[in-house]
Write a protein that binds this ligand. Sequence first.
Ligand SMILES: *[C@@H]1O[C@H](CO)[C@@H](O)[C@H](O)[C@H]1NC(C)=O
Ligand SMILES: *[C@@H]1O[C@H](CO)[C@@H](O)[C@H](O)[C@H]1NC(C)=O
Ligand SMILES: *[C@@H]1O[C@H](CO)[C@@H](O)[C@H](O)[C@H]1NC(C)=O
Ligand SMILES: *[C@@H]1O[C@H](CO)[C@@H](O)[C@H](O)[C@H]1NC(C)=O
Ligand SMILES: *[C@@H]1O[C@H](CO)[C@@H](O)[C@H](O)[C@H]1NC(C)=O
Ligand SMILES: *[C@@H]1O[C@H](CO)[C@@H](O)[C@H](O)[C@H]1NC(C)=O
Ligand SMILES: *[C@@H]1O[C@H](CO)[C@@H](O)[C@H](O)[C@H]1NC(C)=O
Ligand SMILES: *[C@@H]1O[C@H](CO)[C@@H](O)[C@H](O)[C@H]1NC(C)=O
Length: 509
Amino acid sequence: MKPHKFFPSIFLTLPLSGSFRVSAESTASTAPLWPLQSFKSTSVQAPYMNVTKNARTELGYIFISPHDTIRGTEYPMIYADDGQLIWRGPSVNVSALQPQMLDGEPVLAYWDGYLFPGFGFGGISILNSSYDEIYRVTLPGDENKFVTIAEPQAFDSYIDIHESQITPEGTILVTAVNVTQMDLSPIGGPVDGWVQDGLVYEIDIKTNKVLFRWSAIEHLDEVPLLDSMLPLEDSGWNLTAPYEYPHLNSVAKYGDSYLVSSRFMCSLFFIDKDGHVIWHLHGQKGGDFTLDPEARFCYQHDARFITQMDNQITLQLHNNANTDYTSATTLTTGLVLALDMENRTVSAVRKYWDAAEPVFAQSQGSYQNLTNGHVLLQHGATPKLEEFDEQGALVMRARFGFDNTSQSYRGYKASWVGRPRAKPDVFACAGGEGGQTVVYVSWNGATDVQGWRVMTGHNEGVLREVKTAPRNGFETRIQLDGSVEKVVVMAVGGVGDGTKTDIRTVERC
Ligand SMILES: *[C@@H]1O[C@H](CO)[C@@H](O)[C@H](O)[C@H]1NC(C)=O
Ligand SMILES: *[C@@H]1O[C@H](CO)[C@@H](O)[C@H](O)[C@H]1NC(C)=O
Ligand SMILES: *[C@@H]1O[C@H](CO)[C@@H](O)[C@H](O)[C@H]1NC(C)=O
Ligand SMILES: *[C@@H]1O[C@H](CO)[C@@H](O)[C@H](O)[C@H]1NC(C)=O
Ligand SMILES: *[C@@H]1O[C@H](CO)[C@@H](O)[C@H](O)[C@H]1NC(C)=O
Ligand SMILES: *[C@@H]1O[C@H](CO)[C@@H](O)[C@H](O)[C@H]1NC(C)=O
Ligand SMILES: *[C@@H]1O[C@H](CO)[C@@H](O)[C@H](O)[C@H]1NC(C)=O
Ligand SMILES: *[C@@H]1O[C@H](CO)[C@@H](O)[C@H](O)[C@H]1NC(C)=O
């Protein structure tokens, strides 16, 4: 870890902890459909991404997993930062999509499996830059004896939706949910109550061997039930409606200790290799710390250290500050906190938010520290990304759906070279305006094609080059002079240089 530098406090002079009231717009049941990007050369579609930039942004592609709850579509996806689609992955229940490094190679990791409200049972797919699955990390039930609300239904794997963090040692950090019993009388429930225990696992990616397991209720004295902010209401009385204690949503590893975020406890726990809680930071009550009022947080996501020293830790998180059982009226921010480990005090260092379009994100979200001092926030149930510069100014805003009808668990910006194994796709038609032939070419997953060389002819053996056009977005439209029968297009430049589409017969437009 690099030594900590004190950050300028100018960000604290910005309007901070304001509580905003949202205007009482009614949520129409006939919600409008968010527009899609559609193409001629492929049936792949993608949510339109409305990018507005005010200044220079960090280079990189955008990684999100938009779930359109009206259309019922959900895919891991990569976009260029002008909003053009780069890759649409398979149709799966997807969560925790994250571009990462494994063995020095860039990979994509994402959860997929069976989704239940707020959690799931599945595995983590790890794809290489050819979009081939190279590992599937699972947590089988037989040896782990998971109990779920879906009893007696069993699942191949019991990894939860919330985390897919690969470590430099080639292991992966994930969460899991297990239904079990505990005394809920301290919060007004039954003595033999039911809860969703929160578990953390570290698993070796290549062998699927469990290297670390931690359960919240096995450390109840250090993870107090009374610190949960979630009202019991009518949950906790049976196995099918367990109380959601503690709802873990991010895990990171530093040395041999683990930083774990609990959404409904509004808490971060730092846990040693034996499972003991080294410290507990409660975002409302303080826990082991005295909390500056500006440093308060709740229902947070994606907590990570920025710097860690013996007496000073800085960390980042996505401070939702709202959930589905609160009114959506507290500003959601990207929050950087300084933890004084000597005096056990916590203060706010930075807050990032879009003053012109404030967000009140009731679930999900992420905070990414980009390499040049920029910060990327993705707001989960509010399907938008924001990028801030090193001064804290908003430089990019990108929306890919309407609130409450589209969501992405997290969002990242990263460099990526896509090497799709499938061929590029082409469609060509003639007979439209002027009778010319128009060629449409795309390559799902390719990032660095520079141009497209069109070859035409009347039979497959004798095709000749007629035109080379620069790549223009996901699908490039190339107009040819005159009419032709057969078309094939070749990628020019990049890692797929020279790769050809199948030969296509020109259709009538
Ligand atoms: C989204 O849902 C929340 C909670 O149900 C509501 O407060 C908010 O107004 C909704 N937003 C939109 C744009 O419908
Ligand atoms: C894109 O977003 C901007 C503001 O962020 C808005 O003014 C504009 O109308 C949006 N465009 C479309 C086509 O939705
Ligand atoms: C997604 O989750 C739902 C609900 O658990 C399940 O019925 C469905 O089979 C899952 N889809 C996939 C592709 O796993
Ligand atoms: C990705 O994995 C597949 C299957 O193992 C392999 O054939 C392909 O070469 C790999 N691609 C890269 C870029 O390593
Ligand atoms: C899940 O809870 C049951 C008791 O309800 C217990 O027998 C089992 O060991 C637990 N599994 C895990 C993975 O903690
Ligand atoms: C379990 O509890 C929930 C919430 O109180 C209730 O709606 C449901 O009917 C109960 N299920 C059974 C099988 O008793
Ligand atoms: C703890 O407080 C003392 C007294 O205010 C101060 O001198 C010291 O620097 C603080 N420790 C840290 C790590 O900031
Ligand atoms: C994270 O943010 C801090 C403060 O802006 C910066 O000093 C640091 O270099 C960043 N770390 C990374 C890994 O980008």
